[in-house]
Ligand binder design. Structure first.
Ligand code: BTN
Length: 330
């Protein structure tokens, strides 16, 4: 762990060198252990300068998601206080569920450099190439009825918009129900999974999973997805440090979860402001049908109110239907 702790200390003091002596005192380890950690970090691509009698300074860091990059920056979070950064995993959602079933308490964020079986909604897969995206899931245990968390993914979508705005200065829009869109293309998907106690039907855990396309180039997407997907790097024209975005994301999710479900009106208002679906002609898609409609509004339960060709109006929930634009993805 010393390596992560040394990185946290170096990141906390970017302007001045930090002496090996001070680090060993703060961490309660030997100077030799600090030196070994510095060498290991250098091997991994961290550029750490050292001046005799003054100490070490972090000059530049590779774009890696790791605990030492994040722990200092999420120290003020009240619930999301633990992070696990993995190299490769089947799915961060599945890993959170495994940990939930093993009894881990709530408040853990799991992220991975690569997912080999990233999951999307409706049994689809979510492409998760190595080092390109931010693939992150949370282990939460809200003391609520399952019916009280049906709109949670919509709250997550608003928090993800907040984090992207804070880290990158652009605010994506939300395509109902929970895809984030930038310049008409999909930037992020969200999948929330629940664990229920079979006897009582009580909520045991809730795992929202967020996949943001961060530094993908067009060729990092498969051909079929390329037409509708984009990444922050493609849209902004420069790469984005995933650790910076991850820190903003965890902070925004912590803030949001603390106000869930009490501040519903605030998140509903913000969801309505971010959502671009109302006002558009859309196709309503179920596993067995497609139907045209006009999207009118988001109702007080985050459902999409649509008008059908016969003039009838109805409110749709995310479980019932997904929506596509008439002439493209949005
Ligand atoms: C969708 O677009 O249908 C939802 C995609 C959700 C992807 C994220 S990536 C992190 C987490 N782990 C998964 O396997 N899926 C979610």
């Amino acid at each position: 762990m010393t390596r992560e702790d040394v990185l946290t200390l170096l990141l906390a003091q970017p302007d001045r060198p930090l002496s090996g002596e001070a680090m060993s005192r703060q961490l309660g380890v030997s100077r030799a252990a600090v030196w070994k950690a510095i060498e290991a970090l250098r091997q991994e691509g961290y550029v750490i300068s050292s001046a005799p009698n003054r100490g070490y300074r972090l000059e530049s860091a590779p774009d890696r998601l790791r605990e030492g990059e994040l722990s200092g920056r999420i120290a003020h979070c009240r619930i999301l206080r633990r992070v696990a950064c993995l190299d490769v995993i089947d799915s961060t959602n599945t890993e959170c569920k495994r940990r939930a079933m093993a009894g881990d308490p709530e408040g853990l964020a799991v992220m991975a450099e690569e997912q080999t079986g990233g999951k999307g909604r409706r049994g689809r897969s979510f492409q998760s190439p190595k080092g390109c995206g931010l693939y992150l899931s949370l282990l939460l245990r809200p003391r609520l009825e399952p019916a009280a968390v049906t709109d949670f993914t919509a709250w997550v979508a608003v928090a993800v918009c907040d984090s992207i705005q804070a880290a990158c200065g652009v605010r994506p829009r939300i395509k109902w129900t929970n895809d984030l869109v930038l310049n008409g293309k999909k930037l992020c998907g969200i999948l929330t999974e629940l664990g229920l106690e079979s006897e009582t039907n009580c909520l045991e855990y809730m795992v929202p999973g967020i996949g943001i396309n961060v530094n993908h180039r067009p060729e990092d997407f498969s051909e079929d997805v390329r037409a509708i997907a984009t990444s922050l790097a493609i849209e902004l024209g420069h790469p984005v440090r995933r650790a910076d975005l991850a820190a903003e994301l965890i902070r925004a999710l912590d803030r949001m979860y603390r106000s869930f479900p009490d501040n519903k009106q605030e998140y509903l208002d913000r969801y309505r402001a971010d959502c671009l679906t109302p006002g558009n002609r859309v196709q309503l898609i179920t596993p067995t049908s497609r139907q045209e409609a006009t999207a009118l509004a988001i109702d007080d339960d985050f459902r999409l109110v649509v008008e059908l060709p016969d003039g009838a109006r109805k409110a749709l929930s995310a479980g019932e239907v997904s929506v596509r634009g008439m002439y493209g993805y949005v």
